[in-house]
Every structure is written in structure tokens, then in C-alpha cells.
Design a protein around this ligand. Structure first.
Ligand SMILES: C[S@@+](CC[C@H](N)C(=O)[O-])C[C@H]1O[C@@H](n2cnc3c(N)ncnc32)[C@H](O)[C@@H]1O
Length: 347
């Protein structure tokens, strides 16, 4: 696959998203520069046609590339909120001091978090799930793996962590080996909006911290979580995108700038959890602590602006700061709510 993001663009400040159509008929949508950088090795020329559709011919003609939705800024005025990278840089730079310091200052304890989970909530989750040393546990959206390893170490259980992000999963497996937990804890790259890669009735508990809002098809996701649970197993997930009040299209765009998101009306998660077949649904409002995390994360990054800009670049740094400010405003004003949902599979 030949493509180079370091393009000499004839229009300034064009943000790129692209669908790559392969000769075999498959299509892959790319919306992050890092994905291009990893997956596309060689540079290729790109031209802008009159309709503002970017087109480029693949070097060996095995595929063609059409770049869609160019976001064009004129004199600093953006037509949409720009796409902002959070996970790739957080997981790729997991081990760097500045990222570690930001996590420590944000959460108080470093589990490699990229979420709104407070340390208090992190400590409660194993109890809510009634984890025991002989439990078999699934984490959906484990990020760089630090929290899964904390759970496995403190409880003594076995755990499978799934995440779509390759640097996150790579980091997680390296940490498992380095901490001597690889025999009990394993991480796999997987798109959790598809069917989960486990047999029916495998796990005593399934949990997912701030991930389901990234996945299309919540009914199917919940159905899969139920399927892989043993009878009597426990399920827990959090959703920071429950609509609590009026939102402008700019706020929705800024809140969604780090990736695909699903916003839920109040009560919809409860309805879908029940419809999937879970019982004993318990809901906790954690909106205030999410607001606090957003504020501390923003402040911790601001204090280290120079070092972070050196790693992320100015545009990404500012983009993520804007995202964190947006989360803080919307949760403080309770126009977006975060809830924790716990439920059981019938015995
Ligand atoms: C808010 S972060 C939470 C990560 C971790 N649970 C934590 O508490 O720090 C959301 C995670 O969901 C993952 N994710 C997004 N889309 C996904 C998908 N389709 N399948 C699996 N994981 C996904 C991201 O890569 C990211 O690690």
C-alpha cells in the first residue's frame, strides 16, 4: 500500500480521511494519520480535482485511494472540529515520563488510563464484579492493559483484554510479560463491535470502562457480553455519553473529535441491557467524578505543555486540550452524563 502523509498539499490545512478500495473489492476507511503511517509504506502523488475529492493512483495499480471529507480551514476558521488523536499517542508513549506524570496527577494512581474512571471506581470494580482468585474475566477495551494487570494481580484471577488499538495491545502484552503475569493475562487486538472471539459461557465477569460509546450496535455488543458470560456471571460498563441537556452541533463535534461515538438518550442503556437478557440492573451516576478527571487531566497536560507539544505537535496538543475542556464543561453543566451500569446473567 503506497501512501505518505507528508504530502505537499496545494490547499493549506487540509485534514484527511480516506477510504482505500482494494482490487479484491474490500474497502478500509482510515481517519487517523497514524494508521496511514503504519500501514502505508511508500509515498505517492496526490492531486486535487475540481470537486475537492482527493484522488491518487496506487503505485502498482492494485488499489485506488479516494480521500473523502477533506476538512478545509481558511484563515484559522475550521468548518468542523478537527480529528484529534488520543489513544495512539497515549499508548505509543505509555512509558514516557511526561505521560506517566500526567496520569499520576490526573488519577492519583497510574493504571495507564485514558478514561474517566477514578481510582476509587477502579478499586470498586473488582468488588462490584465479585471477582475471586478462580474467576475468569474479560475486559472489553483494555487500552494499554495497566488496569487489567492491576485487577489480575490484586485478585489473582485470569483475564483476557481486548482492544482495537494495536499499540495499546502490544504495550499490554509487554507489561504482562514484564510483570510476570503472562500466564494468567493475555491481550488481543479485536474490534469489539463485532462478535467477541470467545466461546459461549467462558467468563465469570465481563467489564468495559468507557468503551461501549465507541462501538456501533449496542444491542449486539450487549448480546455478545451476555453470550460469553457463564450463568450467574456479572457485567459492568460505563457510558460517559448519556445526553442530559441541550448540545450544540459544535459541542457534539468537539466531544466526538477523538473518534467514532454513540450518544445515548437517558434510559436507553437500561432498556438495552434488559432487552439483551441481563437482570438485576444497578446504575450509578458518576458524572461529577468524570468532570473532575477532565479538569485534572487538562491541567496536568497544560503544566507540561512544552514537553507534550514536542511529542504530539502543537495541533494535536491543542486539539486534545479542547476535547478535555469540552468534556469538563458538558459534564459540569450535566448536559452530558456518565453512568456506571452493573447487571447479572441469570444463574
Ligand atoms: C476511553 S478509552 C478506555 C480505555 C480503558 N478502558 C481505560 O479505562 O483507560 C476507550 C478504549 O476503547 C478502545 N476502542 C475503541 N473502539 C474500539 C473497538 N471497536 N473495539 C475495541 N476497542 C475499541 C480504544 O482503543 C480505547 O482503548
Amino acid at each position: 500500500m503506497g501512501f505518505d502523509l507528508a504530502l505537499d498539499l496545494p490547499v493549506p490545512h487540509v485534514r484527511l480521511a480516506a477510504s482505500v478500495c482494494r482490487e479484491d473489492g474490500g474497502t478500509r476507511v482510515y481517519d487517523r494519520p497514524q494508521q496511514f503511517a503504519v500501514e502505508c509504506a511508500n509515498p505517492m502523488p496526490v492531486v486535487l480535482d475540481e470537486t475537492f475529492a482527493w484522488r491518487a493512483n496506487y503505485l502498482s495499480s492494485l488499489a485506488w485511494v479516494k480521500l473523502v471529507h477533506p476538512r478545509i480551514e481558511f484563515e484559522g476558521v475550521s468548518s468542523m472540529a478537527e480529528r484529534v488523536d488520543l489513544y495512539d499517542s497515549a499508548y505509543t508513549n505509555y512509558g514516557s515520563d511526561v505521560y506517566r506524570q500526567v496520569r499520576m496527577e490526573t488519577y492519583g494512581e497510574d493504571f495507564g488510563q485514558t478514561s474517566w474512571v477514578t481510582t476509587e471506581e477502579s478499586r470498586e470494580i473488582p468488588k462490584r464484579l465479585d471477582l475471586k482468585p478462580n474467576s475468569s474475566v474479560l475486559e472489553v477495551g483494555c487500552g494499554s492493559g495497566g488496569y487489567a494487570l492491576y485487577v489480575a494481580k490484586t485478585v489473582g484471577c485470569r483475564l483476557l483484554g481486548l482492544d482495537v488499538n494495536a499499540p495499546g495491545v502490544h504495550n499490554a502484552n509487554q507489561l504482562a510479560a514484564a510483570r510476570g503475569l503472562a500466564a494468567r493475562v493475555h491481550f488481543e487486538q479485536c474490534d469489539a463491535s463485532k462478535n467477541l472471539p470467545s466461546e459461549d459461557k467462558t467468563f465469570d465477569a465481563v467489564f468495559s470502562n468507557d468503551v461501549l460509546c465507541h462501538l456501533p450496535g449496542r444491542s449486539n455488543v450487549l448480546g455478545e457480553m451476555l453470550r460469553v458470560l457463564k450463568p450467574g456471571g456479572r457485567m459492568l460498563f460505563s457510558d460517559a455519553l448519556v445526553i442530559g441537556g441541550m448540545l450544540s452541533h459544535e459541542e457534539i463535534a468537539a466531544r466526538s473529535s477523538i473518534g467514532f461515538y454513540v450518544f445515548s438518550p437517558p434510559g436507553e442503556n437500561e432498556r438495552l441491557i434488559e432487552q439483551a437478557g441481563f437482570r438485576d440492573i444497578h446504575v450509578v451516576d458518576t458524572t461529577d467524578s468524570a468532570a473532575q478527571i477532565a479538569k485534572r487531566w487538562h491541567q496536568a497536560r497544560e503544566k507540561r505543555r512544552k514537553e507534550l507539544v514536542a511529542v504530539e505537535g502543537n495541533r494535536s496538543f491543542e486539539g486534545l486540550q479542547g476535547f478535555l475542556s469540552c468534556v469538563h464543561n458538558l459534564t459540569t453543566e450535566r448536559r452530558l452524563l456518565r453512568y456506571l451500569y452493573c447487571a447479572n446473567k441469570a444463574s
